[in-house]
Design a protein around this ligand. Structure first.
Ligand SMILES: Nc1ncnc2c1ncn2[C@@H]1O[C@H](COP(=O)(O)OP(=O)(O)OP(=O)(O)O)[C@@H](O)[C@H]1O
Ligand SMILES: [Mg+2]
Length: 500
C-alpha cells in the first residue's frame, strides 16, 4: 500500500500542439496541505483538471490510494473521493444556494415523486454552519456577492465527503475574516487525515496553511519542498525564474492637473451615505475598507450602474447627469468591476476582439468596416506589455488560464480611451510578477494625465499605488490618508471605525 493519497507521474498534456504540461509529477499524503504555485499559465489548473477527469492526459499515470486510475469524467473522480473548488465559479445563478450545493445529487433527497426541498435546505444549512458561513440556503445564488458565491463553492465541495480536496484559488474574493474561517475548516480537514491541494497567488497564505509547496513554471514542475525550508523570495524566484524588485512608489503632486471628478454628498440606499471626494488628473486615489463597506457600491453609482438617491457628480467642474453606464462612458468614465463575468468579455471570441470591445469606434475605418489589422496590433502590444501567455492574439479567450483571462480584461480597460478610470480589485488572481507590470501600467496611465481610482482589499496594493487613500466603513468615508501618512494600521483602524 502506498502512503500517498495521490500520485501523478510524468503527466504530459498539449493543447492544439502547445505543451501545457511536460512530464509533471506531484503527490499528496494524508493530512497535509500541499500548495501548488506558479505564474499565470504555468499549468496548475490543467494538472488539477487532469486529476479530476475534466481533461484527459496525453500520457503519464494517475494513482489514487495506491491504485492506477482512469477518470474519463468528473463523476469517476468524485467516486474516487476527489472534489475540486474551481477557480471560475461554477454556480447556477437562478438556483438556490442549497440546490447548487447538491446539484446532480438531488436524488439523494427525493422520494419517488417529488424532490424534498426541506431536506436539501436543512442539510445545506448544516454544512454552512459547520464551515462557519452565514448564508440562507433558500436564496438564489444570483443575489449573493462574489465572496459569498465562493463560499457556496466551498460548501459544495465539502458536502461530498471527499478524501482529496482541491482548492483552486479559493480565497481570491474572500474577506480576511472569511479566509480565517476557511483556514479553520482546512485545519479541521487535515485532522481528519484528508489531503488538500491548495492553489493560490497569495504567497503569504502558504506560510499559514501549507505543509509542502510545489512550484510550476511553463508547464514544468520546478521543485517541491517543505514550507519550513522556504521564504517568499525563494518561492518567487522559483516561480518566475528571476529576481523581482518591487519598485517603491513615487508621487509628485506638482504633476497633477486640475480636478477631474468631484463627488458631492452622494447617497444610495444603505451602502452609500454622504460620500464626497475629488480626484485630480494625474492622480491615483485608493479606496480601502472591509468588504461590504460600500466602496464598490459607490463606484457603481458614479458609473451609473446603480441608482443614485441624491448627490452631485462633477466632471471638469461641471455637474453631469449619469443615469446609466452609457452616460458614464460618454463622460469619459470607465469602470472595471470586481465581478469579471459582467465585464462583457466574450470567451468564445479571440483575444484581440475582446480587447477592442469597449472602444470599437476607435477601430472603425470607413463607415462600419472594422480595421482588424489595427485591432490586432493594439492587442499584440497589450499582450506583450502584460505578458499574457498565449500562442497568439487570435486565441479564443476561453482557452487562456484564469489569470491570463484577467489580464485580457485589464488590457481591455487599459486600452479604452476614458480619462477617469475606476479599477475594482484589478489584480485578483494575477501572479506576483504580472501584478507589478499592471501597477507600472496604471502609473503610466496616471503620468499621461488620467485620473485613476483603485478599489482593493489588498492593503499593500493600495499603499503601493495611491497618492491618497479614502477609507470607507458602513457606506461612509471614515477618513482620508495621504501617501505621507498611509500605513496598514491607520487604514485598519479607519476601516473598523463605526461611523455614526
Ligand atoms: N482548454 C484549453 N485549450 C487550449 N489551451 C489551454 C486550455 N486550458 C489551458 N490551456 C493552456 O494551458 C496553459 C496552462 O493553463 P492553466 O490554466 O493550467 O494555468 P494556471 O497555472 O492555472 O494559471 P492561472 O494562475 O492563470 O490560473 C496555458 O497556456 C493555457 O492557455
Ligand atoms: Mg488556474
Amino acid at each position: 500500500m502506498s502512503k500517498n493519497l495521490v500520485e501523478l507521474l510524468n503527466i504530459n498534456k498539449a493543447f492544439f500542439g502547445v505543451i501545457a504540461l511536460d512530464k509533471v509529477s506531484f503527490d499528496l499524503i494524508p493530512g497535509e496541505v500541499h500548495a501548488l504555485v506558479g505564474e499565470n499559465g504555468a499549468g496548475k489548473s490543467t494538472l488539477m483538471k487532469i486529476l479530476t477527469g475534466i481533461y484527459q492526459r496525453d500520457s503519464g499515470e494517475i494513482v489514487v490510494n495506491g491504485e492506477p486510475k482512469e477518470f474519463p469524467h468528473v463523476r469517476e473522480s468524485m467516486k474516487a473521493g476527489i472534489s475540486m473548488i474551481h477557480q471560475e465559479l461554477n454556480l447556477v445563478n437562478h438556483l438556490t444556494v442549497a440546490q447548487n450545493i447538491f446539484i446532480g445529487r438531488e436524488a439523494e433527497f427525493s422520494s419517488r415523486f417529488f424532490q424534498n426541498d426541506n431536506k436539501i435546505n436543512q442539510k445545506a444549512k448544516e454544512i454552512c454552519e459547520e464551515i462557519g458561513i452565514d448564508i440562507d440556503p433558500e436564496i438564489e445564488v444570483s443575489e449573493l456577492t462574489v465572496a459569498k458565491q465562493q463560499m457556496v463553492e466551498i460548501a459544495k465541495a465539502l458536502s461530498t465527503d471527499s478524501e482529496i480536496i482541491i482548492m483552486d484559488e479559493p480565497t481570491a474574493s474572500l474577506t480576511n475574516e472569511e479566509i480565517r474561517d476557511l483556514f479553520t475548516v482546512i485545519k479541521r480537514l487535515k485532522k481528519q487525515n484528508k489531503g488538500i491541494i491548495y492553489i493560490s497567488h497569495k504567497l503569504e497564505e502558504l506560510f499559514q496553511i501549507a505543509d509542502r509547496v510545489s512550484v510550476m513554471r511553463d508547464g514544468n514542475m520546478v521543485d517541491t519542498f517543505p514550507i519550513e525550508e522556504a521564504d517568499e523570495d525563494m518561492i518567487i524566484r522559483k516561480m518566475v525564474g528571476r529576481e523581482i524588485k518591487i519598485k517603491p512608489p513615487t508621487f509628485d503632486e506638482s504633476k497633477f492637473g486640475k480636478v477631474a471628478l468631484e463627488v458631492i454628498n452622494l447617497n444610495s440606499g444603505d451602502m452609500v451615505k454622504e460620500v464626497s471626494f475629488s480626484i485630480r488628473y494625474g492622480e491615483i486615489v485608493g479606496f480601502a475598507g472591509l468588504v461590504g463597506a460600500g466602496r464598490s457600491e459607490t463606484m457603481k453609482v458614479i458609473f451609473g450602474a446603480d441608482h443614485k438617491d441624491s448627490g452631485e457628480i462633477r466632471i471638469d467642474g461641471n455637474p453631469v447627469t449619469i443615469n446609466n453606464p452609457y452616460d458614464a462612458v460618454n463622460n469619459s468614465i470607465a469602470y472595471l468591476s470586481e465581478d469579471r463575468k459582467s465585464e462583457g468579455i466574450i470567451t468564445t471570441l479571440p483575444i484581440f476582439e475582446n480587447i477592442s470591445l469597449p472602444k470599437l469606434q476607435d477601430f472603425l475605418k470607413l463607415s462600419f468596416l472594422l480595421n482588424e489589422q489595427k485591432e490586432i496590433k493594439n492587442a499584440e502590444e497589450m499582450i506583450k506589455l502584460l505578458d499574457v501567455r498565449t500562442p497568439s492574439s487570435a486565441q479564443l479567450l476561453q482557452y487562456l488560464s484564469g489569470g491570463n483571462q484577467q489580464k485580457v480584461v485589464i488590457a481591455k480597460w487599459l486600452s479604452s480611451n476614458s480619462k477617469i478610470l475606476i479599477f475594482d480589485e484589478p489584480t485578483r488572481g494575477i501572479d506576483v510578477g504580472a501584478k507589478d507590470q499592471i501597477y507600472d501600467l496604471m502609473e503610466e496611465l496616471a503620468d499621461q494625465g488620467n485620473a485613476i481610482i483603485v478599489v482593493s482589499s489588498e492593503m499593500q496594493e493600495i499603499i503601493r499605488l495611491s497618492n491618497r487613500v479614502f477609507v470607507m466603513a458602513e457606506g461612509r468615508i471614515t477618513g482620508e490618508l495621504s501617501s505621507k501618512n498611509i500605513s496598514q494600521e491607520k487604514i485598519m483602524s479607519l476601516a473598523v471605525n463605526r461611523a455614526s
